[in-house]
Design a protein around this ligand. Structure first.
Ligand SMILES: *[C@@H]1O[C@H](CO)[C@@H](O)[C@H](O)[C@H]1NC(C)=O
Ligand SMILES: *[C@@H]1O[C@H](CO)[C@@H](O)[C@H](O)[C@H]1NC(C)=O
Ligand SMILES: *[C@@H]1O[C@H](CO)[C@@H](O)[C@H](O)[C@H]1NC(C)=O
Ligand SMILES: *[C@@H]1O[C@H](CO)[C@@H](O)[C@H](O)[C@H]1NC(C)=O
Ligand SMILES: *[C@@H]1O[C@H](CO)[C@@H](O)[C@H](O)[C@H]1NC(C)=O
Ligand SMILES: *[C@@H]1O[C@H](CO)[C@@H](O)[C@H](O)[C@H]1NC(C)=O
Ligand SMILES: *[C@@H]1O[C@H](CO)[C@@H](O)[C@H](O)[C@H]1NC(C)=O
Ligand SMILES: *[C@@H]1O[C@H](CO)[C@@H](O)[C@H](O)[C@H]1NC(C)=O
Length: 555
């Protein structure tokens, strides 16, 4: 189980400027790797940073709007900003190079249930020759890292995991002709100040909110193999240069069943793959994830969603858009909408379940309980307080839960409960919500089921539409490859507990902590740390299910 991702190396403010260097670097790399039309970049924009334009853009205020103004006119930064600015404009005019991109093995994502901490995963190919990795998808963090030159990594052999039919790989940068260590002088090297020299390789350390869970190693540049979508899908392979964490030393949950083969951060930070792809002009600055009920799903880079979809704006934290936070105006159970159930929530695909601020949690659960027509049951020691007996899934009548957003947008949670399975079928169900101390909740992956969730970073909004993750709204069937069969299992069963190689893994809660704790964000951190306490309890639930089975003699 992983909890919120936490970058120990504090994000320096200088990072804001560094995107330009990255962009410049990407363009150089692109020139060779992808057939981009970047050759005509330099001439048109000589006047871009003229004083008039400056005046216009900054309305005399001097405070940069999302980007910084290069200080000296003919400095390196000036040229780099020219390039990136030019590139942005070109994108505005021509649109991005590809409508949609997805991993070269297909857009398909999958959840292995309990075996891999209830997160969604996808296969990606990295390097030359390419090597495959099954990475966890985490909207709550930025870095893409994979097990690499392992000092301490999770077991990688298929035999260790009941859900896998092939061994997991280890990345070896020296075996990839397109790889290159990121040097300490690189603007995106956060550990730069601690380096012995500018030529030294840049190291990274990420601490996740799961207790003692971390990944550390060196940053490298290498290509991520993607395919382009649209009518003639998979016709074009795109070799996108990205920054990858060569994860030499993993600890905690990463040694123990969550993200054993790496994790792809999909956050707003500059290191995140969606950010790099958009900056390079390959796709629009947006991506979507769709989680189907059968544990399959899709990921598309560049997806802005269908024309008709609901949406809500992301909210800044301390004036900065650090992570995907939205403001819920209120909640409804069935037709009864509850007063004073507004709250802010993190949208995090790296979190298995949903956490609501205490007061909202109390109101919602009480109302939910009032609507449920089933016998309440409790599993002693379990953190799930609202559980009910049920003999079969068919007879389940679960009241609907709706999140209401500004401007009449609403989000009907497709399945707010999880079922508890015994060997003979369903034993009961629990409302899959936990209280989160503090005023920021987390909308986890379970609430996103049945939706195509669009993380529109261009318009800074979250958008959603009901979907079976098969068809996009334009009626085109989306391309997919199925790299491997995936047994479906939303929650641990007893078989899973006893099967050789089966693990009891606690649900994951991932996401990067705000890098600069402040009044608001430390509250977020505080609420996150509370989740830590749940871990043993959640594991306990797994045991309780077995005990329950034994006691009742149901099997
Ligand atoms: C300039 O910026 C400050 C703070 O960033 C803001 O309060 C002020 O309204 C701005 N002035 C103009 C003219 O935009
Ligand atoms: C930033 O610039 C965009 C357009 O360039 C504008 O719509 C927006 O209001 C600006 N934001 C601020 C805070 O100045
Ligand atoms: C990956 O390598 C295999 C051969 O090892 C090749 O068949 C395949 O096309 C490559 N995939 C990409 C995306 O380059
Ligand atoms: C985390 O590490 C500390 C110190 O090594 C240890 O005391 C604690 O039990 C660990 N927590 C977990 C959940 O493993
Ligand atoms: C797809 O490929 C077919 C045949 O190769 C071609 O006729 C068609 O124009 C292509 N469509 C697009 C959108 O590129
Ligand atoms: C790996 O990381 C953990 C946590 O940071 C640390 O305690 C351990 O000493 C590291 N192991 C090695 C071999 O570097
Ligand atoms: C509640 O359940 C009982 C028995 O399971 C059934 O007879 C009754 O119709 C149900 N009521 C509602 C409102 O669904
Ligand atoms: C909001 O949506 C509801 C139902 O979809 C509709 O009845 C109502 O008129 C809408 N209100 C506004 C202000 O659009």
């Amino acid at each position: 189980m992983m909890l919120m991702l936490r970058v120990r190396v504090a994000m320096p403010t200088a990072v804001r400027c560094s995107m330009f260097l990255l962009t410049a670097w990407l363009m150089v790399r692109n020139a060779g790797a992808v057939t981009t039309a970047t050759s005509s970049l330099s001439s048109r924009l000589v006047h871009r940073f003229s004083d008039e334009v400056k005046e216009l853009r900054f309305s005399g205020n001097g405070s940069a709007n999302g980007s910084s103004w290069p200080g000296r006119k003919w400095s390196i930064e000036y040229y780099q900003m020219l390039l990136s600015s030019d590139f942005r404009r070109q994108n505005m005019k021509l649109g991005a190079q590809y409508q949609l991109l997805f991993p070269s093995q297909g857009s398909k994502t999958m959840s292995f249930g309990n075996d891999f901490g209830w997160l969604h995963y996808t296969w990606i190919d990295i390097g030359t020759p390419n090597v495959s990795f099954l990475v966890a998808l985490d909207a709550g963090s930025d870095l893409l890292w994979v097990p690499c030159d392992c000092v301490q990594c999770a077991p990688l052999s298929a035999g260790y995991y009941s859900s896998l039919d092939r061994d997991l790989n280890e990345y070896n940068p020296s075996g990839s002709s397109t790889s290159k260590h990121l040097s300490c002088s690189h603007q995106l090297c956060e550990s730069g100040p601690n380096c012995k020299g500018p030529k030294q390789s840049c190291s990274y350390t990420i601490n996740y909110f799961s207790e003692n869970t971390s990944s550390s190693g060196l940053l490298v540049e290498d290509v991520l193999h993607l395919a382009s979508g649209g009518e003639n899908a998979s016709k074009y392979l795109v070799h996108a240069p990205v920054i990858i964490g060569c994860g030499m030393n993993q600890s905690g949950g990463y040694l123990d069943g969550v993200a054993p083969d790496g994790l792809m951060g999909l956050g707003l930070g500059e290191l995140a793959v969606p950010s790099i792809l958009a900056k390079a002009g390959l796709v629009r600055n947006s991506f979507s994830m769709c989680f189907n009920e059968d544990d399959s799903g899709r990921i598309f880079f560049g997806d802005l969603g269908p024309a008709r979809q609901q949406s809500t704006s992301f909210l800044p934290l301390d004036g900065i858009y650090k992570t995907y936070i939205v403001g819920v105006e209120g909640c409804c159970i069935g037709n009864s909408c509850l007063k004073q159930t507004n709250f802010r929530a993190l949208i995090d695909s790296g979190t298995s379940f949903t956490f609501l601020p205490d007061d909202v949690y109390e109101k919602i659960t009480k109302e939910f309980d009032r609507h449920v027509n089933a016998t309440r049951s409790s599993y002693e020691g379990s953190p799930w307080r609202y559980c009910y007996e049920s003999s079969s899934q068919e007879s389940l009548e679960v009241p609907s839960l709706t999140l209401v957003f500004p401007l009449n947008n609403s989000f009907v949670v497709h399945n707010p409960v999880f079922t508890i399975h015994g060997d003979q079928g369903v034993l009961g169900f629990c409302l899959a919500i936990q209280p989160a101390d503090g005023d920021i909740g987390t909308i986890g992956q379970n609430f996103m089921t049945g939706y195509r969730m669009v993380f529109d970073r261009e318009s800074l909004k979250l958008a959603w539409s009901r979907s079976n993750c098969q068809d996009l709204s334009d009626g085109k069937r989306m391309p997919l490859a199925s790299p491997s069969g995936t047994p479906l299992n939303p929650l641990p069963t007893n078989e899973q507990q006893s099967s050789p190689g089966g693990h009891a893994v606690a649900p994951a809660v991932a996401g990067r902590a705000p890098s600069k704790p402040s009044a608001a964000s430390s509250q977020l951190i505080a609420s996150r740390f509370c989740l830590l306490r749940l871990l043993p309890e959640l594991l306990l639930l797994v045991n309780i299910i077995s005990v329950f089975k034994a006691d009742t003699g149901i099997i």
